[in-house]
Design a binder for this molecule. Structure first.
Ligand code: NHR
Ligand code: GAR
Length: 218
């Protein structure tokens, strides 16, 4: 069983999807801790219900102690000796020390079809630009924010009357399929980061290429 630590900031629906897949034994792993930078995150409640250890690390205001925050974060994560660290709606940049220490073992899900729309407010950007499609990408985390190698993407249509909310819900539904899938691959030892690319079963994964709207496949 691979040991998994999940970092969250908000609702935790992706954490929940991964937890459900672990419970169903689709993922060969155990979530050993949930760490949040936000004491109000509903994800903490989800973790408590599941009897998973939780830690809340609240950063100092105005990012003054960013370095110390990241040191403390790494100490907490290290406590659990994870095989895999999962960012699930985590909203703070990880510093170079953490990324180096867990190189090839940190995953993120980003709500856009990377390389399009790195950074924040992706749903707003897709709507403002009248994009016909939007989606989500699971990728390895590197020092280059939102630029680590892509593992799997799902796309959804954007409708003319979409709000950020309706679009984000359509994207999230797909996230809940592709994130557990990527974690399953990783825990089976089939997914690796190598030469700044993602590899599955020894094959280099393309940096773009979508799974189209899928019914909950896991
Ligand atoms: N850390 C590293 N090193 N590399 C990545 O690719 C990362 C990362 C940490 C988080 C998630 C990412 C996303 O999917 C992620 C990827 C937050 C910000 C951000 O600017 C950027 C990208 C992501 C998450 N955060 C602000 C900051 O200064 C704070 C924003 C806020 O508090 O509202 O950390 O989008
Ligand atoms: C997800 O849509 C994820 O893609 C996005 O936040 C949401 C978290 O939802 N991530 C980011 O924006 C990272 N900057 P959740 O808390 O319900 O999993």
């Amino acid at each position: 069983m691979k040991r998994i630590v999940i970092l969250v900031s908000g609702d935790g629906s992706n954490f929940q999807a991964i937890l459900n897949s672990c419970k169903k034994k689709e993922i060969f792993g155990r979530i050993v801790a949930v760490v949040s930078d936000n004491c109000q995150a509903f994800a903490i409640e989800r973790a408590r219900v599941a009897h998973i250890s939780t830690h809340v690390l609240v950063p100092a205001p105005l990012h003054k102690e960013e370095h110390i925050f990241n040191q403390e974060l790494m100490q907490v994560v290290d406590l659990y000796s994870p095989d895999l660290v999962i960012l699930a709606g985590y909203m703070r940049i990880l510093n170079a020390d953490i990324v180096a220490s867990y190189s090839g073992r940190i995953l993120n899900i980003h709500p856009s079809l990377l390389p399009k729309y790195p950074g924040l407010y992706t749903h707003r950007k897709a709507i403002q630009n009248s994009d016909a499609q939007h989606g989500a990408s699971v990728h390895f985390v590197t020092d280059k924010i939102d630029e680590g190698p892509v593992i799997v993407q799902a796309r959804v249509p954007v409708f003319h009357n979409d709000s950020e909310y309706t679009l984000s819900m359509r994207v999230k539904e797909q996230e809940h399929s592709i994130y557990p899938l990527a974690v399953k691959w990783f825990t089976e030892g089939r997914l690796k980061m190598h030469n700044n690319a993602a590899w599955l079963d020894g094959y280099r994964l393309p940096q773009s290429g979508y799974i189209d709207v899928i019914e909950r496949s896991l």
